[in-house]
Design a protein around this ligand. Structure first.
Ligand code: NAP
Length: 255
């Protein structure tokens, strides 16, 4: 253990299970001595997140990011407990499976709005609610993917939502910079998680990356997590509004 996040409290949204990128981030933050608060969406996930948080000595609180009252309740709970926040990790996305299984042009209005609400607008809502608790400044971090800027087969509406997410990172960074709150995204290479399994033919994306990425391999969750540590730490005090690629270099390749 070292001390890159010693004395800092991090709120991490998006731990569903042991394979979640948010769990790898929580482990790395703990290693660096951060205090952790994890959230879970609804009773279905509660027991799993409770078990994982026990390993990390983390507090857990409920938060469905589509419900403003739950985001408000989460922040109110932290405020009442006298918790200052130094870092917020938003590791949340959702799209209807059928919208990932048919041509993008057939995306329904409801499916488009749902993907954007959960995967992009939620960052805005969470940042707005968390900012008053970030009284010493801090770092807000979200997770994006290459599908925001390139067409990735079957990523469809999620790619368009990630484009909105990355643009939101820039506007939030501009709004919150005067309060010394930095806002960044990590664009992670593909990793087998529950969400990723919803993308048809995901294993062929993994194969393509291993074949073509400069490092000739896929991305490890721990690599994403160590970059998250950097962005949450004072080492990144001059970095805001950025999308940082942790993808074995895949995004630079043309042919
Ligand atoms: P994951 O473990 O399935 O995490 C997704 C999380 O989003 C889950 O905890 C899920 O909770 C949560 N979520 C969905 N709707 C929510 C809501 N309304 N309120 C609160 N939480 C909600 O998958 P992951 O791959 O680690 O995904 C984390 C982030 O990384 C996502 O933004 C994803 O797009 C991004 N990312 C993933 C990859 C990859 O290849 N895996 C690559 C680049 C970026 P429930 O399980 O309770 O629904």
């Amino acid at each position: 253990m070292s001390d890159l996040l010693n004395g800092k409290t991090a709120l991490i949204l998006g731990v569903a299970n042991r394979w979640s990128l948010a769990f790898a981030i929580a482990q790395a933050f703990r290693r660096e001595n951060a205090e952790l608060v994890l959230t879970y969406q609804g009773e279905r996930q509660r027991q799993t997140v409770e078990e994982l948080s026990a390993e990390l000595g983390a507090t857990i609180l409920p938060c469905d990011v589509t419900v403003d009252a739950e985001i408000g309740g989460l922040m109110e709970e932290l405020r009442r407990a006298g918790r200052r926040l130094d870092a917020v990790v938003h590791s949340i996305a959702f799209a209807n499976r059928e919208d990932l299984n048919r041509p993008f042009s057939e995306t329904s209005r409801a499916g488009f709005l749902m993907a954007h609400e959960v995967s992009a607008y939620s960052l805005v809502a969470v940042a707005r609610a968390a900012a008053p608790l970030m009284t010493a400044g801090g770092s807000i971090l979200t997770l994006s993917y290459l599908g925001a800027i390139r067409v990735i087969p079957n990523y469809n509406v999620m790619g368009v939502a990630k484009a909105a997410l990355e643009a939101s990172v820039r506007y939030l960074a501009s709004d919150l910079g005067p309060s010394n709150i930095r806002v960044n995204a990590i664009s992670a290479g593909p990793v087998k998680t529950t969400s990723a399994r919803g993308i048809r033919d995901f294993s062929s994306i993994l194969d393509e990356v291993a074949r073509r990425a400069p490092l000739r391999r896929n991305t490890e969750p721990a690599e994403v997590a160590d970059t998250a540590v950097f962005l949450a730490s004072d080492l990144a005090r001059g970095v805001t509004g950025n999308v940082l690629y942790v993808d074995a270099g895949f995004q630079i390749m043309g042919m």
